[in-house]
Design a protein around this ligand. Structure first.
Ligand SMILES: [Zn+2]
Length: 267
């Protein structure tokens, strides 16, 4: 029975995957679509088991490729297009999750050189403590990225190319914690960033971001907390019917341009 159940599960996953593959293919062939990319770190490290780093060399090439082949726009503009259900063909927005200091020291100079906008979703729990992010605990010390300090967040946010959004306090799987804990995680990250930057924070990104990492209840709490939109991480393009509170994004790895081109296409 167990073997049968494993077999059934495998077939079911394959069928689901094929279904999504064809859905994405058909949609992207016939409907206008944009894309939002997710990065984490821009850094050269010796070991990157979590695949969070894109080397500065690859990052620079990727941004140049986007500038030459797409319409690279700020996320806020993409959100406005989505609100009015007018998604533009070939528009791309760049985002970063977590709030690593290399976003300021390595990514920003490249973005400035190429005049490319980006949005950074910050996990606020490590700003004051300056402890490493918990998911980096098995990464060698020299390969770990530091969380940005409040001063660094102010500095990166002062660039006209940069928008800031919230990404909870402790980066939990929001689906797995109770309502009160979800509200705290969502609200407190917003409050802290608004205090540091003295401006309204209107965008949120779910930690992890897959459909298994947030629920209907999470979406409703994000809305109630005063956010105007929320990004997921579901490896799909953005269409005019995409949900404003689970906007799909596509995860970028340390890809050369050939792989990057494939990664940008429908999945
Ligand atoms: Zn994250």
């Amino acid at each position: 029975m167990r073997i049968f159940s494993i077999f059934y599960k495998k077939i079911k996953n394959k069928v689901e995957w094929l279904g999504n593959y064809f859905k994405s293919y058909i949609l992207s062939r016939f409907l206008k679509h944009s894309a939002i990319l997710v990065y984490h770190r821009v850094a050269n490290v010796s070991h990157d088991s979590l695949q969070l780093c894109v080397s500065p060399q690859n990052f620079r090439k990727q941004i140049i490729y986007l500038k030459e082949n797409f319409n690279l726009i700020p996320l806020s503009q993409m959100v406005n297009n989505l609100k009015s259900h007018k998604i533009k063909e070939g528009a791309v927005a760049v985002t970063f999750d977590d709030g690593y200091a290399d976003n300021l020291y390595t990514a920003l100079p490249i973005l400035e050189e190429l005049n490319a906008p980006a949005t950074i979703f910050i996990t606020t729990g490590n700003i004051d403590s300056q402890e490493d992010f918990y998911w980096d605990k098995n990464t060698a010390k020299e390969d770990r990225g530091k969380p940005m300090t409040a001063e660094e967040i102010k500095k990166i946010s002062s660039s006209p190319l940069i928008e800031i959004g919230a990404h909870t306090v402790n980066h939990p799987n929001l689906r797995k914690i109770n309502t009160k804990e979800q509200v705290d995680e969502i609200m407190q990250s917003k409050i802290m960033l608004e205090k540091i930057l003295d401006k309204k924070i209107s965008g949120f990104a779910y930690p992890f971001g897959s459909r298994r990492s947030f629920s209907k209840e999470t979406v409703s709490e994000v809305k109630k907390s005063g956010f105007n939109f929320a990004c997921a991480n579901t490896q799909e393009q953005v269409y005019s019917f995409s949900n404003l509170f689970s906007i799909p994004r596509i995860l970028v790895r340390d890809w050369d341009i050939e792989t990057f081109k494939k990664g940008l296409k429908w999945r």
